[in-house]
Structures are given as C-alpha cells and as structure tokens.
Design a protein around this ligand. Structure first.
Ligand SMILES: [Zn+2]
Length: 82
C-alpha cells in the first residue's frame, strides 16, 4: 500500500511534470506500477526541491552518474530505478 501523502498527485494548478519531462512515462518493469517519478540530476533549483518534497520528482544529486536512471518507481516497497 502507498500512504496518501505519497500516492498519485493531481495538482490543481497544472501539469508541471508532464510539461517538463514529456508524457511518456513507462510502467515500472519491476512491479508494473504506472507513473514513475522522474529522477533529475544536476543542481537543484528551488522549484525542483519543492517538487521533490511533494513527491513529483526524485533528485538524483548534482553529479550525473555514468549510468544514470531516468525514473524511480513510486511504490514505496519497490522504488526501482530504471
Ligand atoms: Zn515498481
């Protein structure tokens, strides 16, 4: 189960994540959950930190690893990155 605070978000204001990252989010290959959170690398802007706190995105850190992941499953017992 996913606690309410970490569940699907439906912001009243708009579709920030869609417009920023495109609308092609794959299903989690591990558990099949839809709408994984995008993992964003690089220096976090204030907006990105806020989005991360809200669970819209995952901050991957300032350094971009060689094999960086683009998505993280939002399932709390999964959190698979792919
Ligand atoms: Zn998953």
């Amino acid at each position: 189960m996913v606690p309410e605070t970490m569940g699907h978000y439906r912001p009243a204001g708009g579709k920030m994540s869609e417009s920023l990252f495109g609308d092609e989010s794959p299903d989690c290959p591990q558990c099949g959950l839809e709408e994984p959170r995008p993992v964003i690398y690089g220096r976090a802007s204030e907006e990105m930190v806020t989005a991360a706190k809200l669970g819209h995105i995952v901050l991957g850190g300032e350094e971009v690893p060689e094999a960086h992941r683009l998505w993280q499953c939002q399932g709390l017992e999964c959190e698979y990155r792919f």
